[in-house]
Design a binder for this molecule. Sequence first.
Ligand code: ADP
Length: 333
Amino acid sequence: MVQAVEIEGDRICITLAFPFPEGPIQEKVAQFVQQAVEKVSNGVAVEVGATEMNTKQRAAFLALAKDMQPISGGHIGMVLAVMSGKGGVGKSTVTGLLATELRRRGFRVGVIDADITGPSIPKIFGVHQAPIAGPRGILPVKSRTGIELMSMNLLLPVEDRPVVWRGPLISRAIEQFWGEIAWGDLDFLIVDLPPGTSDAALTVTQSLPLDGIVLVTSPQDLAGMVVRKAAIMAQHLRVPLIGLVENMSHIVCPECGTRINLFGASRAEVTAGAMGTTLIGRIPIDTHLSILCDSGAIEEYRANEFKEITETIIRSLDIKAREPAVGASLPLS
Ligand code: ADP
């Protein structure tokens, strides 16, 4: 990473090359280097500048980084991924609700927002503070009820700046979210995958020790065609499918309670069967849910449908007998 060391007049100028154009790590590393050199510079001023690695340097750097062991040292019980065939069907919402319900049951829960280019986890949990470095790596940011969160959005200097990265860089970032974040001990780590069968989705399914995948679809999802592709990818990679959640399946009239199937009769059961899995449950379109998501308060949402979905997931993972984390508080219960 040391690109140049020059002595200019009465200053020592060091240039470091980083694999990514910007990020909070840059500043920290530059600071460490500056302090280390100042210790031996006999009072001569030290300046540390940053530049971006070229393609060859980045490839070599990332290859080295790949061999590093996770530094967090904690124990993660179950790793679940939430996947959808396309965007906008409610994958992040389902991730958020699942994390919330598991947390309500006293489990220690973490969420990786692997939807690097369209991250929405921080927004729905109302979390905006930048993560800080701990002795064992970057610490995830805690939500109001104690869910540990990590998202690219939390690392960007300006939240609404788009991440214009190509597949390999995105994949690498997700691997780092797994291996280099100090998650500590968790019962569940839930990964909100990018939609579809992109590089990033592939990386997670290949390089994270997934215990299962929850598929999310909506009735408009081309009769489940795109979600079927995602399911086939999961099956190819030998990751167990926990089941299918149909989101936005219907709407319940607030006046008379009539259930309206906006998109016709649901085909979710048939779609799930065709993928060799089962329908875990249906979530109606609920304005209250979208308002809570928009205001960063998803943890306040309660609905029987999702309670049942969570219980089915827990049952299917065969962790019925598992006790929630000792001493865990039961927020919002
Ligand atoms: P994805 O992660 O699949 O792109 P999101 O979870 O971000 O989708 O959801 C897309 C939008 O739809 C969000 O604004 C979210 O609040 C809203 N939404 C998702 N599910 C529901 C639902 N069941 N009822 C009402 N709004 C919903």
